[in-house]
Design a protein around this ligand. Sequence first.
Ligand code: DON
Length: 570
Amino acid sequence: MSQSRTCYLLICLLLSCAVNQAGAADPPAVEAKNGMVVAAEPLAAEAGVEMLRRGGNAIDAAVATGFCLAVTYPVAGNLGGGGFLVATLPTDAGAQTIALDFRETAPAAAHARLYIDAVAAGKTNASTLGHLAAGVPGSVAGLLYALEKWGTLERRTVLEPAIRLAREGFLLPRRTHQFLASASIASAMSQFSATRAVFYPNGSAPAEGSVFKQPDLAETLTRIANDGRAGFYQGKTAELLEKEMKRGGGIMTRADLANYRPIERKPIEFSFRDYRIVSMPPPSSGGVCLQQMLGMLSTFPLEEFGHNSSASIHVIAESMRRSFADRNRFLGDPDFHELPLTRLTSPSHIQAQSKTIKPNAASSSKEVLSGASAREKEQTTHYSVVDRNGGAVSVTTTLNGAFGSKAVVAGAGFLLNNEMDDFATEPGKPNLYGLVQGEVNAVGPGRRPLSSMTPTIVLDSGGRVRHVLGTPGGPTIITNVLQVLLNLVVYRLAPQAAVNAPKFHHQCLPDRLDLEPGLPKDVWSALERRGHNLKERSAIGDFQLISREPTTGTLYGASDPRGGGAARGH
Ligand code: DON
């Protein structure tokens, strides 16, 4: 079994232990009046709420939480990765909707045969492990762009909690200890001396509950606090990164860093029932798939079918199958390809897809596929924020795999991503997640790899925030956001119940319906009778949800029991 596959299984196991420990009853969501932050790690959620208490808005809080996660949640929080931010900010003219793309880009020296050649030269893990796997990081540029354009607090104020936690340390949580101590992660991470120095200072993972300090990371964060984007993309940090690349055989240069830009994009927006859905456009596939799946499902009586009944799971899974067929074939970086977005999201196309769903029989993916498919992997993180003025921010950010490429930049203290593996590194070849992507997502200089990250906000007909949604989980991100949205809007589940409910996933190829434990046996048999190829799959995602009750304005924060996160309100 490959190292990445072993890491993936280990993460699933840790997550499923968390679910089992959570017990059967859904605890109530956390309640607050003035603001809420829900994140995968409690100190980071607290840092966001601190900004809200100081009078900051949802953007200030999101940026503080984002920088904090880079310190307190190293498995996925990051300076060396990328992500997407979707926001709705109140203005006199109604809600302003925002989609900010700070996805990593391929270095200028990257080309379509990069990983084909690397594999031929015997470097079989080149797109997942080590320096060649890293795209040009976007997180710092993205967070600072958001803060400067839409935030209200000083950069130093917003970065203060992250710097403090890196310098003074924090008590290492059990989950991070378990990740670091697992044999597969430890052996992959230990190949890099700078990574050993940070995460295995005495030869093994720091003990659970020990004070974990990251002085080099504190210095990098301080340079960012002092000099803004130049503190990361130029000067000492850029120098350290270039040196690290040379040492590790990577291709990223200082020019790549200096050239990195986040991009404001037009969000994917559409109506579903009485709601307005705002989500991420390409290079994420999330918003397009969400629009397609909800569109297909509009023609079915989902309430009548019942929540997580075999009839509803069947049609929802069929909508997933059809949408992933389009995703994998037609989506990639919109700045390098003319993507057929108008056609893919047109009512006529969505209706035509919907009509092919048979009420009592599974389709075959071969039949549905008019072409190819995609790829990715585990560990990413999501955080949701709502402020007292109704501003809302939904951010999903990632290093891609757990601890990304596993390579820390010596002297700068942060991990590099392995996002290059989200490209179709060899078109036609299924990757770790069985997704097979096409030419449109091939590696090319400056390109952004196709993503499944789906930060999403649901507004009511008056433009007020109702829900802020998101999760990690590779391709299951899209299908998990769909299910929590349906659980809230169609099935009217309470926020925590909507998050906790068992999930399922279909991604067209492999032609298989994955089900989390917890669904009744007769649902399994009824799905099998329809011809679905079923597989039990442990914990899907680590959802971070905020719901706003429309009449009282009370906020409810629901962090997923599958992870170790928390909702913090004020
Ligand atoms: O952008 C993507 O779609 C992937 N790099 C996300 C990976 C992920 O969600 C891993 N999470 N558990």
